[in-house]
Design a protein. Sequence first.
Length: 322
Amino acid sequence: MMLARNADSLFWIGRYVERADDTARILDVSVQQLLEDPTVDTDAMVSHLLTVLGIDPGDGPHSVWTLADRVAYDRLAPDSIAGILHAARENARGAREVISSEMWECLNATYMGLGDAERRARRLGPHDFLTHIKGRAAMFAGLTDATLSHDDGYSYLLLGRSIERADMTARLLLTPRGDQPGVTSWMGVLTAAGGQDTYVRAYRGAVEAANVVEFMLVDRLFPRSVFHTLRVAEQYLAELDKRPDRVGGQSEALLLLGRARSTLEFIDPHELVSDLPGYLRGIQQTCRGVSESVVAEHFHVAPYVSWTDTGLATGFDGEGTR
């Protein structure tokens, strides 16, 4: 049986590494568009992107460089790429006994190398830094699959990764602004997800909003589609759920995942496009609910109960300490 603190750390390592990777993907495509398209309203686009990423845009003016400083390099901001990787490294430090040495070395070296990567990026542009982050995240994913025993710890890490990926894919689909619905914006979504080649083969190259939304939300085979990631999360959570396999025995998190996955499986794709922002926010709410349920059901440590000469005690002294 895995200790709750180790399971908690692995779950959040999976989430944080995926968040850093997806944030780098979204930021890379957005920066390229800002630098290459002179017709883009930079201040409005940066404010929109920060809002999508859950960051307060504050007061402008905004630029490509302020965007990179805030989202990529700022080590004091817990929601920047540097801050997210720091959180992943600290969780890995606390779970050294249950992860492989290669996984720890990858995360540690990635974080320790952020200073050099930032200095290179300030000379060559943010793309260099963001490409570095994506490459290190891919390395960590490969080392996880190759060197971590595929036991409960692996399931917790993959569960965290899948929940975060579904949430970040929803955010990615929110990045094209309503006043910029062109082909360039939707191709940017595909590029950020690494799915442009797969999409072109599946849809014969026609980049249309409805097709991109369908591909990113309900494609059964693309590993970054919301449907695929929800199904993976459901699979690993079912393996971790120790309740009897009977009616009413499932956890709240499994019920939320199953409901979201089945809705996607049978929904008319045209309905997705008609109210896309509302539907994507619903996916984010589901991910938030699943995460809170997993934390409460799997990582919460209740006060221990012990018998004493005076009766039943809760394991706490009179001052509320253990």
